[in-house]
Design a protein around this ligand. Structure first.
Ligand code: GDP
Ligand code: IMO
Ligand code: MG
Length: 423
């Protein structure tokens, strides 16, 4: 069963890009299955930080095929910019990057509609990244979208214009006009660039590779609590961020899936609106934000910070069938004398629950904490798991006993070398 899937278990930015980079050398293929330029996956090695949005995180390895799957929404302009940056850094992606012809295209008018619909929500804004994600998935599900393969058709421009005309009507419902004139030229030159890349039916490519015994790592974007079905709806993204999304987003049957890597921070963050029961509005939250440099990789927005939330993690672990946990950014908690872990919630009627409530329940749920001693030691200096301080190991054991899943990696810094594998 040579497909393993890596998913974020919180509200995104757990450190997925770093772990894909760490694990990539043991795979033949890295494949993105959903999301688009809303993602920002950071990889740090050889003293250089790379932020990838749509390009899979295996791109730095010449022997690894990188696949942008059919479940992705692709912005050609952002993609070209990203690839140009890689070229400037001496990365040759020309032979190991494949794009599904069935991936949906993000048009400038999708981005414009994203802005218009966010503004129309007034106080109920999602806090979208404004990359056009929601409107593009709406067109996909509404069977009106343009796909990457469509750029090869002789009447692509006409299809584009018809789509934009429809988008203009949607904008006019809000009394607005599309604001895309300045972006169209860039869009078409990026489409031209995209035409020259390896566009294919990646479901065949991936299944052929599976038949040859090749190993695939499916790279999730966002996090399970942003999933369109199971996340904190409506404050979610528009795709299936859970492991099932890897099947529909790549054309891989469930029986091929083996390991499921669940990525979580040692605390918790969220960007954008929506419930976050363990959020800290005080100086502790600020301390985590500063120590963890919690500012968005895609938008630069400050991330909301709080303690780790086990009811939320139990829920994500259940949805994904996580087989191993990777605990990220443990070093961010180095200074704390005490670390709080939310083990369950107290509900409005005074009951206790270990489950993750729905939106209404979340607004009333009060986190109940267990305080564990901090390690107060600089983890950046730890190079072997045997040097990990006892309080950190107790913290890990506490998580394992509560979550019933082994922690296999503890990450203690952004660089790929700051990764400790536990037995
Ligand atoms: P992703 O979207 O899940 O790939 O995560 P992001 O890249 O958006 O955000 C994670 C941030 O934390 C990035 O800036 C990483 O470089 C950084 N990071 C990852 N792992 C660690 C870690 O163990 N310690 C610290 N201090 N930073 C980390
Ligand atoms: P990675 O892959 C964190 C959030 C946005 C917003 C909501 C909807 O880097 O973990 P969208 O633009 O998707 O319509 O926004 O989802 N969001 C993310 N938060 N990490 C991400 O990706 C995110 N992608 C979207 O902030 O709240
Ligand atoms: Mg990110």
């Amino acid at each position: 069963m040579p497909v393993d899937v890596l998913v974020g278990l919180q509200w995104g930015d757990e450190g997925k890009g770093k772990i894909v980079d760490v694990l990539a050398p043991t795979y033949d293929v890295v494949a993105r299955f959903q999301g688009g330029p809303n993602a920002g996956h950071t990889l740090t090695f050889d003293g250089i930080k790379h932020v990838l949005h749509q390009v899979p995180s295996g791109i730095f390895h010449a022997h690894i095929l990188n696949v942008v799957g059919n479940g992705v929404v692709l912005d050609p302009f952002v993609f070209r910019t990203e690839l140009q940056k890689l070229t400037d850094r001496g990365v040759d992606w020309s032979r190991n990057l494949y794009i599904s012809k069935k991936a949906q295209l993000i048009l400038p008018s999708h981005r414009s509609l994203d802005r218009i619909s966010e503004e129309a929500r007034g106080g109920d804004r999602i806090g979208s990244t404004l990359k056009g994600i929601g409107p593009t998935y709406q067109d996909k599900v509404g069977r009106a979208g343009l796909r990457v393969g469509d750029i090869l058709l002789p009447d692509f421009k006409q299809r584009y214009q018809d789509t934009v005309a429809r988008h203009a009507q949607l904008a006019s419902f809000h009394g607005r006009e599309l604001d895309i004139a300045a972006e169209e030229e860039n869009f078409f030159s990026a489409v031209e660039f995209l035409r020259g890349l390896q566009l294919t039916d990646t479901e065949y490519l991936l299944n052929d590779l599976l038949n040859q015994g090749k190993r695939i790592l499916a790279e999730g974007a966002q996090g399970s609590l942003l999933d369109i079905d199971f996340g904190t709806y409506p404050f979610v993204t528009s795709s299936s961020t859970v492991v099932a999304g890897a099947c529909t987003g790549l054309g891989i049957a469930p029986r091929h899936i083996d390991k499921v890597y669940g990525i979580t921070k040692a605390y918790c963050t969220r960007v954008g609106s929506g419930p976050f029961p363990t959020e800290l509005h005080d100086e502790v939250g600020e301390q985590i934000r500063q120590a963890g440099r919690e500012f968005g990789s895609t938008t630069g927005r400050p991330r909301r910070c709080g303690w780790i939330d086990l009811p939320a993690l139990r829920y994500s672990i259940m949805l994904n069938g996580v087989t191993e946990l990777h605990l990220m950014k443990a070093d961010v908690l180095d200074e704390f004398a005490e670390i709080n872990v939310c083990t369950h919630y107290r509900t409005a009627d005074g009951q206790q629950t270990e489950q993750f409530p729905d939106l209404a329940g979340l607004q009333e749920a009060a986190p109940v904490y267990t305080a564990l001693p901090g390690w107060q030691q600089n983890l950046n200096l730890v190079t072997d798991h045997e040097q990990l301080p006892a309080p950190l190991l107790s913290y890990v054991q506490f998580l394992e006993s509560q979550l019933q899943v082994p922690v296999r990696i503890v990450s203690v810094g952004p660089d790929r070398v700051s990764t400790l594998h536990l037995n």
